[in-house]
Ligand binder design. Structure first.
Ligand code: LLP
Length: 425
Protein backbone atom coordinates (compact mmCIF):
# COMPACT_ATOMS: atom_id res chain seq x y z
CA UNK A 1 0.00 0.00 0.00
CA UNK A 2 1.32 3.47 -0.84
CA UNK A 3 0.20 7.03 -1.46
CA UNK A 4 1.42 7.47 -5.06
CA UNK A 5 -1.71 7.50 -7.18
CA UNK A 6 -3.11 8.97 -10.37
CA UNK A 7 -5.47 11.81 -9.56
CA UNK A 8 -7.10 13.22 -12.62
CA UNK A 9 -4.45 12.36 -15.18
CA UNK A 10 -1.38 13.11 -13.08
CA UNK A 11 0.54 10.92 -10.67
CA UNK A 12 0.46 12.43 -7.18
CA UNK A 13 2.39 11.89 -3.97
CA UNK A 14 -0.43 12.18 -1.43
CA UNK A 15 -2.07 15.52 -2.36
CA UNK A 16 0.83 16.90 -4.42
CA UNK A 17 1.13 16.46 -8.21
CA UNK A 18 4.61 15.19 -9.06
CA UNK A 19 4.71 17.73 -11.91
CA UNK A 20 4.72 20.48 -9.27
CA UNK A 21 7.70 18.97 -7.44
CA UNK A 22 9.64 18.51 -10.69
CA UNK A 23 8.94 22.14 -11.60
CA UNK A 24 10.01 23.48 -8.20
CA UNK A 25 13.02 21.26 -7.45
CA UNK A 26 14.12 19.94 -10.84
CA UNK A 27 14.94 16.34 -11.71
CA UNK A 28 16.13 13.79 -10.82
CA UNK A 29 14.62 13.99 -7.32
CA UNK A 30 13.59 11.45 -4.70
CA UNK A 31 10.08 11.97 -3.33
CA UNK A 32 8.86 10.35 -0.11
CA UNK A 33 5.35 10.06 1.29
CA UNK A 34 5.23 10.55 5.04
CA UNK A 35 1.74 8.98 5.17
CA UNK A 36 3.11 5.74 3.65
CA UNK A 37 6.02 5.61 6.11
CA UNK A 38 3.80 6.32 9.08
CA UNK A 39 1.31 3.71 7.95
CA UNK A 40 3.95 1.04 7.49
CA UNK A 41 5.53 1.79 10.85
CA UNK A 42 2.12 1.53 12.50
CA UNK A 43 1.05 -1.65 10.70
CA UNK A 44 4.37 -3.34 11.48
CA UNK A 45 4.32 -2.23 15.12
CA UNK A 46 0.69 -3.25 15.67
CA UNK A 47 1.31 -6.66 14.10
CA UNK A 48 4.40 -7.36 16.21
CA UNK A 49 2.93 -6.02 19.44
CA UNK A 50 1.05 -9.32 19.59
CA UNK A 51 4.37 -10.69 20.90
CA UNK A 52 4.63 -8.41 23.93
CA UNK A 53 6.44 -5.07 23.91
CA UNK A 54 9.04 -5.40 21.14
CA UNK A 55 11.72 -2.87 20.25
CA UNK A 56 11.27 -2.05 16.58
CA UNK A 57 14.60 -0.66 15.48
CA UNK A 58 14.46 0.79 11.96
CA UNK A 59 17.49 -0.27 9.90
CA UNK A 60 18.93 3.19 9.29
CA UNK A 61 20.94 1.99 6.29
CA UNK A 62 17.70 1.70 4.30
CA UNK A 63 17.11 5.45 4.46
CA UNK A 64 19.15 7.64 6.81
CA UNK A 65 17.67 11.03 5.89
CA UNK A 66 17.10 13.09 9.07
CA UNK A 67 13.47 13.86 8.22
CA UNK A 68 12.78 10.18 7.54
CA UNK A 69 14.35 9.14 10.85
CA UNK A 70 12.44 11.83 12.73
CA UNK A 71 9.16 10.72 11.10
CA UNK A 72 9.80 7.13 12.16
CA UNK A 73 10.96 8.12 15.64
CA UNK A 74 7.64 9.91 16.14
CA UNK A 75 5.91 6.75 14.97
CA UNK A 76 7.59 4.94 17.87
CA UNK A 77 10.53 3.29 16.10
CA UNK A 78 14.07 2.97 17.42
CA UNK A 79 17.15 2.42 15.24
CA UNK A 80 19.42 -0.39 14.12
CA UNK A 81 22.77 1.20 13.21
CA UNK A 82 25.89 -0.24 11.60
CA UNK A 83 28.37 2.63 11.93
CA UNK A 84 29.26 5.57 14.13
CA UNK A 85 27.80 7.79 11.42
CA UNK A 86 24.43 6.04 11.57
CA UNK A 87 24.50 6.18 15.37
CA UNK A 88 25.06 9.93 15.26
CA UNK A 89 22.32 10.38 12.69
CA UNK A 90 19.89 8.38 14.85
CA UNK A 91 20.75 10.48 17.88
CA UNK A 92 20.46 13.71 15.89
CA UNK A 93 16.92 12.60 15.01
CA UNK A 94 16.30 12.28 18.77
CA UNK A 95 16.00 8.52 18.81
CA UNK A 96 16.82 7.64 22.43
CA UNK A 97 19.97 5.56 22.94
CA UNK A 98 17.82 3.05 24.83
CA UNK A 99 16.07 2.33 21.51
CA UNK A 100 19.27 1.76 19.50
CA UNK A 101 20.99 -1.52 18.61
CA UNK A 102 24.40 -1.63 16.93
CA UNK A 103 24.94 -4.35 14.29
CA UNK A 104 27.74 -5.04 11.82
CA UNK A 105 30.90 -7.13 11.48
CA UNK A 106 33.45 -4.34 11.61
CA UNK A 107 32.72 -2.04 14.53
CA UNK A 108 35.84 -0.03 15.31
CA UNK A 109 37.13 0.90 18.72
CA UNK A 110 36.02 4.51 18.24
CA UNK A 111 32.53 3.46 17.24
CA UNK A 112 32.33 1.21 20.30
CA UNK A 113 33.43 4.11 22.51
CA UNK A 114 30.73 6.38 21.12
CA UNK A 115 28.02 3.74 21.57
CA UNK A 116 29.21 2.86 25.09
CA UNK A 117 29.20 6.51 26.14
CA UNK A 118 25.70 6.99 24.77
CA UNK A 119 24.44 3.87 26.56
CA UNK A 120 22.76 2.06 23.65
CA UNK A 121 20.33 -0.81 24.19
CA UNK A 122 22.47 -3.59 22.72
CA UNK A 123 25.61 -4.43 20.76
CA UNK A 124 25.04 -7.30 18.34
CA UNK A 125 28.49 -8.90 18.26
CA UNK A 126 29.66 -11.04 15.38
CA UNK A 127 32.84 -12.67 16.73
CA UNK A 128 34.84 -13.39 19.88
CA UNK A 129 37.63 -10.91 18.96
CA UNK A 130 34.94 -8.25 18.73
CA UNK A 131 33.76 -9.17 22.26
CA UNK A 132 37.36 -8.84 23.52
CA UNK A 133 37.71 -5.38 21.98
CA UNK A 134 34.37 -4.18 23.36
CA UNK A 135 35.28 -5.49 26.81
CA UNK A 136 38.49 -3.44 26.79
CA UNK A 137 36.64 -0.31 25.65
CA UNK A 138 33.91 -0.74 28.29
CA UNK A 139 36.44 -1.28 31.09
CA UNK A 140 38.40 1.78 29.98
CA UNK A 141 35.25 3.93 29.96
CA UNK A 142 33.87 2.41 33.15
CA UNK A 143 30.62 1.26 31.57
CA UNK A 144 28.87 -2.04 31.09
CA UNK A 145 28.10 -2.92 27.47
CA UNK A 146 24.92 -5.00 26.93
CA UNK A 147 25.63 -7.63 24.29
CA UNK A 148 24.07 -10.30 22.12
CA UNK A 149 25.88 -12.59 19.72
CA UNK A 150 24.58 -12.74 16.17
CA UNK A 151 24.21 -16.37 15.20
CA UNK A 152 24.76 -17.57 11.63
CA UNK A 153 22.11 -20.31 11.37
CA UNK A 154 23.35 -21.60 7.96
CA UNK A 155 19.98 -21.05 6.29
CA UNK A 156 19.50 -20.11 2.65
CA UNK A 157 17.19 -17.10 2.70
CA UNK A 158 16.24 -17.62 -0.96
CA UNK A 159 17.03 -14.05 -1.98
CA UNK A 160 19.71 -12.44 -4.18
CA UNK A 161 23.17 -13.79 -3.28
CA UNK A 162 24.53 -10.28 -2.61
CA UNK A 163 21.96 -9.66 0.13
CA UNK A 164 21.92 -13.14 1.72
CA UNK A 165 23.61 -13.14 5.12
CA UNK A 166 22.67 -16.37 6.90
CA UNK A 167 24.68 -19.05 5.06
CA UNK A 168 27.76 -20.46 6.74
CA UNK A 169 30.00 -19.11 3.96
CA UNK A 170 28.76 -15.53 4.56
CA UNK A 171 30.85 -13.22 6.71
CA UNK A 172 28.09 -12.64 9.26
CA UNK A 173 27.60 -13.99 12.77
CA UNK A 174 29.08 -16.95 14.59
CA UNK A 175 28.27 -20.57 13.78
CA UNK A 176 25.68 -22.26 16.02
CA UNK A 177 28.26 -24.82 17.16
CA UNK A 178 30.60 -22.00 18.30
CA UNK A 179 27.87 -20.27 20.28
CA UNK A 180 28.44 -22.04 23.61
CA UNK A 181 32.15 -21.20 23.59
CA UNK A 182 31.54 -17.59 22.56
CA UNK A 183 28.96 -17.01 25.29
CA UNK A 184 31.20 -18.70 27.89
CA UNK A 185 34.07 -16.42 26.87
CA UNK A 186 31.90 -13.26 26.91
CA UNK A 187 30.55 -14.13 30.37
CA UNK A 188 34.14 -14.11 31.68
CA UNK A 189 35.01 -10.75 30.13
CA UNK A 190 34.73 -7.65 32.31
CA UNK A 191 32.61 -4.77 31.11
CA UNK A 192 30.14 -6.92 29.16
CA UNK A 193 26.62 -7.81 30.16
CA UNK A 194 25.46 -10.86 28.22
CA UNK A 195 21.76 -10.25 27.63
CA UNK A 196 20.68 -11.51 24.24
CA UNK A 197 20.93 -13.40 21.00
CA UNK A 198 20.48 -12.08 17.44
CA UNK A 199 19.95 -13.30 13.90
CA UNK A 200 19.45 -11.73 10.46
CA UNK A 201 19.52 -13.98 7.39
CA UNK A 202 19.06 -11.54 4.52
CA UNK A 203 16.95 -8.91 2.86
CA UNK A 204 13.96 -8.83 0.46
CA UNK A 205 12.73 -12.18 1.79
CA UNK A 206 9.55 -13.39 0.12
CA UNK A 207 9.09 -16.67 1.98
CA UNK A 208 8.67 -17.15 5.73
CA UNK A 209 10.11 -20.69 5.64
CA UNK A 210 13.82 -19.77 5.92
CA UNK A 211 13.04 -17.23 8.66
CA UNK A 212 11.12 -19.84 10.62
CA UNK A 213 14.03 -22.30 10.32
CA UNK A 214 16.48 -19.65 11.52
CA UNK A 215 14.26 -18.64 14.45
CA UNK A 216 13.80 -22.28 15.44
CA UNK A 217 17.59 -22.62 15.70
CA UNK A 218 17.64 -19.48 17.87
CA UNK A 219 14.92 -20.92 20.15
CA UNK A 220 16.95 -24.11 20.64
CA UNK A 221 20.06 -22.08 21.44
CA UNK A 222 18.18 -19.96 23.98
CA UNK A 223 17.28 -23.13 25.88
CA UNK A 224 20.80 -24.54 25.68
CA UNK A 225 22.43 -21.27 26.73
CA UNK A 226 20.06 -20.85 29.66
CA UNK A 227 20.88 -24.38 30.77
CA UNK A 228 24.54 -23.24 30.79
CA UNK A 229 23.58 -20.44 33.16
CA UNK A 230 23.38 -17.46 30.76
CA UNK A 231 20.68 -14.98 31.57
CA UNK A 232 19.11 -14.22 28.16
CA UNK A 233 16.32 -11.68 28.15
CA UNK A 234 16.46 -10.33 24.56
CA UNK A 235 16.13 -11.98 21.13
CA UNK A 236 16.79 -9.78 18.08
CA UNK A 237 15.16 -11.36 15.03
CA UNK A 238 16.65 -8.90 12.50
CA UNK A 239 14.88 -7.50 9.46
CA UNK A 240 14.46 -8.83 5.96
CA UNK A 241 10.74 -8.86 5.20
CA UNK A 242 10.35 -8.14 1.48
CA UNK A 243 8.17 -5.63 -0.35
CA UNK A 244 6.30 -6.00 -3.66
CA UNK A 245 8.39 -4.57 -6.51
CA UNK A 246 6.60 -6.24 -9.42
CA UNK A 247 2.81 -5.86 -9.46
CA UNK A 248 2.44 -9.13 -11.43
CA UNK A 249 4.30 -11.24 -8.86
CA UNK A 250 2.67 -12.71 -5.74
CA UNK A 251 3.13 -10.27 -2.86
CA UNK A 252 5.59 -11.14 -0.05
CA UNK A 253 4.15 -12.23 3.30
CA UNK A 254 2.32 -9.51 5.22
CA UNK A 255 3.49 -8.20 8.60
CA UNK A 256 0.44 -10.02 10.04
CA UNK A 257 1.59 -13.39 8.64
CA UNK A 258 5.17 -12.71 9.77
CA UNK A 259 3.91 -11.83 13.24
CA UNK A 260 1.71 -14.94 13.43
CA UNK A 261 4.71 -17.17 12.61
CA UNK A 262 6.85 -15.34 15.19
CA UNK A 263 4.22 -15.61 17.92
CA UNK A 264 4.05 -19.37 17.28
CA UNK A 265 7.83 -19.98 17.18
CA UNK A 266 8.72 -17.72 20.13
CA UNK A 267 5.82 -18.49 22.49
CA UNK A 268 7.91 -20.12 25.22
CA UNK A 269 11.07 -18.01 24.79
CA UNK A 270 10.25 -15.56 27.56
CA UNK A 271 12.34 -12.71 26.10
CA UNK A 272 11.85 -9.22 24.78
CA UNK A 273 11.88 -9.34 20.98
CA UNK A 274 13.77 -6.83 18.84
CA UNK A 275 13.16 -6.32 15.11
CA UNK A 276 15.31 -4.47 12.57
CA UNK A 277 13.02 -3.78 9.60
CA UNK A 278 14.26 -1.43 6.89
CA UNK A 279 12.79 -1.98 3.45
CA UNK A 280 9.30 -2.96 4.64
CA UNK A 281 8.95 0.38 6.44
CA UNK A 282 10.21 2.77 3.74
CA UNK A 283 10.57 0.79 0.47
CA UNK A 284 7.40 1.80 -1.27
CA UNK A 285 7.18 5.15 0.52
CA UNK A 286 9.54 6.65 -2.06
CA UNK A 287 9.93 7.18 -5.79
CA UNK A 288 12.68 8.55 -7.99
CA UNK A 289 11.27 11.20 -10.29
CA UNK A 290 13.18 11.63 -13.54
CA UNK A 291 12.73 13.38 -16.89
CA UNK A 292 13.19 11.87 -20.32
CA UNK A 293 16.10 13.62 -22.06
CA UNK A 294 15.60 11.98 -25.42
CA UNK A 295 14.42 8.83 -27.13
CA UNK A 296 17.06 7.13 -29.24
CA UNK A 297 16.64 4.38 -31.80
CA UNK A 298 18.50 1.18 -31.10
CA UNK A 299 21.38 0.42 -33.47
CA UNK A 300 19.95 -3.07 -33.89
CA UNK A 301 16.33 -3.92 -34.40
CA UNK A 302 15.51 -3.76 -30.68
CA UNK A 303 13.27 -1.47 -28.66
CA UNK A 304 14.17 2.23 -28.51
CA UNK A 305 16.28 3.67 -25.69
CA UNK A 306 14.47 6.09 -23.42
CA UNK A 307 17.35 8.15 -21.98
CA UNK A 308 16.41 9.69 -18.62
CA UNK A 309 18.22 12.22 -16.43
CA UNK A 310 18.66 9.77 -13.51
CA UNK A 311 21.59 7.40 -13.73
CA UNK A 312 22.98 4.30 -12.07
CA UNK A 313 24.80 6.64 -9.68
CA UNK A 314 21.40 7.86 -8.37
CA UNK A 315 19.75 4.42 -8.20
CA UNK A 316 22.22 1.55 -8.12
CA UNK A 317 19.86 -1.36 -7.43
CA UNK A 318 19.12 -2.36 -11.05
CA UNK A 319 22.77 -2.35 -12.01
CA UNK A 320 23.99 -3.97 -8.76
CA UNK A 321 21.34 -6.65 -8.18
CA UNK A 322 19.42 -6.71 -11.49
CA UNK A 323 16.62 -5.25 -9.39
CA UNK A 324 13.27 -4.56 -11.05
CA UNK A 325 11.59 -1.20 -10.36
CA UNK A 326 8.22 -0.38 -11.85
CA UNK A 327 8.40 2.65 -14.17
CA UNK A 328 5.31 4.80 -14.55
CA UNK A 329 4.59 7.88 -16.60
CA UNK A 330 3.63 10.84 -14.42
CA UNK A 331 1.14 12.05 -17.05
CA UNK A 332 0.34 8.91 -19.06
CA UNK A 333 -0.84 9.59 -22.64
CA UNK A 334 -2.64 6.27 -22.72
CA UNK A 335 -0.31 4.55 -25.23
CA UNK A 336 1.81 1.60 -24.19
CA UNK A 337 5.13 0.57 -25.68
CA UNK A 338 8.24 -1.54 -25.15
CA UNK A 339 11.40 0.38 -24.34
CA UNK A 340 14.84 0.17 -22.79
CA UNK A 341 15.14 2.77 -20.04
CA UNK A 342 18.71 3.95 -19.55
CA UNK A 343 20.59 6.74 -17.80
CA UNK A 344 23.29 9.09 -19.10
CA UNK A 345 26.23 7.35 -17.38
CA UNK A 346 28.87 5.90 -19.69
CA UNK A 347 28.35 2.24 -18.85
CA UNK A 348 26.06 -0.36 -20.33
CA UNK A 349 25.20 -1.27 -16.72
CA UNK A 350 23.43 2.09 -16.50
CA UNK A 351 20.22 0.37 -17.55
CA UNK A 352 17.01 0.51 -15.51
CA UNK A 353 14.81 -1.67 -17.72
CA UNK A 354 15.23 -3.80 -20.82
CA UNK A 355 12.43 -4.25 -23.38
CA UNK A 356 9.99 -3.16 -20.70
CA UNK A 357 6.26 -2.97 -21.41
CA UNK A 358 5.49 0.52 -20.14
CA UNK A 359 3.74 3.82 -20.76
CA UNK A 360 4.97 5.50 -23.91
CA UNK A 361 7.44 8.30 -23.14
CA UNK A 362 8.45 11.36 -25.17
CA UNK A 363 11.37 13.75 -24.57
CA UNK A 364 10.48 16.07 -21.67
CA UNK A 365 8.04 13.59 -20.07
CA UNK A 366 8.35 12.76 -16.38
CA UNK A 367 8.73 9.15 -15.26
CA UNK A 368 8.58 7.71 -11.76
CA UNK A 369 10.71 4.77 -10.65
CA UNK A 370 8.57 3.18 -7.97
CA UNK A 371 9.61 1.57 -4.66
CA UNK A 372 12.66 3.79 -4.23
CA UNK A 373 12.31 4.63 -0.53
CA UNK A 374 14.84 2.01 0.64
CA UNK A 375 18.44 1.44 -0.46
CA UNK A 376 18.11 4.08 -3.16
CA UNK A 377 19.18 7.66 -2.29
CA UNK A 378 21.41 6.25 0.44
CA UNK A 379 23.44 4.17 -2.02
CA UNK A 380 23.94 6.98 -4.52
CA UNK A 381 27.35 8.18 -5.65
CA UNK A 382 28.69 11.06 -7.67
CA UNK A 383 30.09 8.85 -10.46
CA UNK A 384 30.47 10.74 -13.74
CA UNK A 385 30.63 13.92 -11.57
CA UNK A 386 26.89 13.89 -11.15
CA UNK A 387 25.91 15.70 -7.93
CA UNK A 388 23.85 13.81 -5.36
CA UNK A 389 20.11 13.94 -5.99
CA UNK A 390 17.87 16.01 -3.70
CA UNK A 391 15.15 14.47 -1.54
CA UNK A 392 11.65 15.82 -0.94
CA UNK A 393 9.09 14.79 1.65
CA UNK A 394 5.37 15.15 1.12
CA UNK A 395 2.77 15.47 3.84
CA UNK A 396 -0.81 15.90 2.67
CA UNK A 397 -0.88 18.89 0.31
CA UNK A 398 2.55 20.17 1.35
CA UNK A 399 6.07 19.24 0.37
CA UNK A 400 9.51 20.22 1.59
CA UNK A 401 13.06 19.68 0.42
CA UNK A 402 14.71 17.42 3.00
CA UNK A 403 18.07 17.33 1.25
CA UNK A 404 19.31 19.92 -1.20
CA UNK A 405 20.68 19.00 -4.56
CA UNK A 406 24.44 18.90 -4.20
CA UNK A 407 26.12 21.62 -6.23
CA UNK A 408 28.88 20.99 -8.75
CA UNK A 409 30.89 23.62 -6.82
CA UNK A 410 30.63 21.55 -3.63
CA UNK A 411 31.84 18.51 -5.55
CA UNK A 412 34.80 20.36 -7.02
CA UNK A 413 35.66 22.17 -3.76
CA UNK A 414 35.86 18.88 -1.88
CA UNK A 415 39.02 18.03 -3.83
CA UNK A 416 42.28 19.57 -2.63
CA UNK A 417 45.41 20.33 -4.63
CA UNK A 418 48.69 19.02 -3.21
CA UNK A 419 51.12 21.81 -2.21
CA UNK A 420 53.65 21.03 -4.94
CA UNK A 421 51.33 22.47 -7.58
CA UNK A 422 51.91 25.88 -6.00
CA UNK A 423 55.69 25.59 -5.87
CA UNK A 424 57.43 27.31 -8.75
CA UNK A 425 60.69 25.87 -9.99
N1 LLP B 1 19.55 -5.86 10.15
C1 LLP B 1 20.74 -6.12 9.61
C2 LLP B 1 21.81 -6.64 10.47
C3 LLP B 1 20.95 -5.91 8.23
O1 LLP B 1 22.14 -6.19 7.71
C4 LLP B 1 19.89 -5.41 7.42
C5 LLP B 1 20.09 -5.17 6.00
C6 LLP B 1 18.66 -5.13 8.05
C7 LLP B 1 18.52 -5.38 9.41
C8 LLP B 1 17.50 -4.57 7.30
O2 LLP B 1 17.02 -5.45 6.34
P1 LLP B 1 15.67 -5.13 5.56
O3 LLP B 1 14.52 -5.21 6.54
O4 LLP B 1 15.77 -3.78 4.96
O5 LLP B 1 15.59 -6.20 4.52
N2 LLP B 1 21.23 -2.79 -0.58
C9 LLP B 1 20.39 -3.97 -0.67
C10 LLP B 1 19.89 -4.40 0.71
C11 LLP B 1 20.98 -4.64 1.70
C12 LLP B 1 20.49 -5.04 3.07
C13 LLP B 1 21.58 -5.02 4.06
N3 LLP B 1 21.20 -5.37 5.39
C14 LLP B 1 19.26 -3.71 -1.64
O6 LLP B 1 19.22 -2.64 -2.24
O7 LLP B 1 18.42 -4.59 -1.86
Amino acid sequence: MNHFELRGRVLHAEGVPLTEIAEAVGTPVYVYSSATMERHARVFREALEKSGDPLIAFAVKANPNAAVLATLARAGLGADVVSGGELRRAMAAEIPAAHIVFSGVGKTEREMELACREGIYQFNLESEPEAEMLSQVAVRLGCEAPIAFRINPDVDAGTHAKISTGKSENKFGIAGNRALAAYARAAELPGLKVQGIAVHIGSQLTDLGPLERAFTTIGELIHTLRAEGHDLSVADLGGGLGVPYEPEKPPPPTPAAYSEMIARVTKDWNVRLVFEPGRVIVGNAGILLTRVIRVKESAGSGAPFVVVDAGMNDLMRPSLYDAWHEIRAVSPHGQKTHANVVGPVCETGDTFATTRAMDEAQPGDLLAFMTCGAYAATMASTYNSRPLTPEVMVKGNRFAIIRDRQSIEALIDADKMPPWFEERE
